[in-house]
Design a protein around this ligand. Sequence first.
Ligand code: IPD
Length: 277
Amino acid sequence: MSDMNIDDCYELAMKLVDEAGELVASRNSQRKTVQIKSHPTDFVTETDQQVEKLFVDGIRAKFPDHQFIGEEDMSEGKKAILTNAPTWIIDPIDGTMNFVHSFPHSAISIALLVNKVTEIGIVYNPVLGQKFTARRGQGAFYNGHQIHVSDEKDLTKALIMVEFGTNRESEKVKVIMENLSKLVRKGHGLRCLGGAVLNICYVALGAAECAYDFGAHAWDYAASEFIVREAGGITIDPSGGEFDIMSRRLLVANNIEMAKQLTAELIQYYPSPRDDE
Ligand code: IPD
């Protein structure tokens, strides 16, 4: 795919993100009707479905061969299959629980991968006007200003982004709590925004040093982890191995020294099924 085509894709994605943002912002303070998905705290609203449709319809009209991995399409039990075809990975509203409560930390997330390599990542919290953008090799931006990860190397001086996830089964909750209990005594502080996507983007912003996650999905990670890498950070598996976008496991950090110290502290959890199972 030529640079020209990626330019076209980026322009279209930015236009659709703004349209989606208007819809989400206009509904943030309204009462929502929710449908429960995999767990009693895992919701979808009509707005999640409308935003995903807005993206899929808008992109298909211009690029009929492109593929999609979208959260709300996947919730019907489909496997996420990533091929070499241009593929848009979409979370129409990350932090749906926040959106339902009018808590102003939810985000639209869209990434384009070509040959399984990320070309574009856009994350937009329309309620607070926070827009993160990145293109391969061109750096990461926050509301148009270039951003860079923090240069701190010591975990004891780090802010660590954490998330509880939507699965509250006892085995998972036990691991989450044990990790929180260890890390709250280790770093400067723990922060939880209630949405994996914005947590990860705050590492790109240099506002936190690292984030880890057990249980979110490819659509939570695709744009946000790319924005961290374009801001100078790294993405790995929480065990220290290579990141696998289908594994529902991620660790992002400002640098490898920080990542290694966090990895050494974490009790591991392997969510099942993976996104491609
Ligand atoms: C969820 C949020 C939540 C995280 C979950 C995600 P959704 O995404 O990011 O904070 O803990 O693991 O699935 O359902 O709001 O798009």
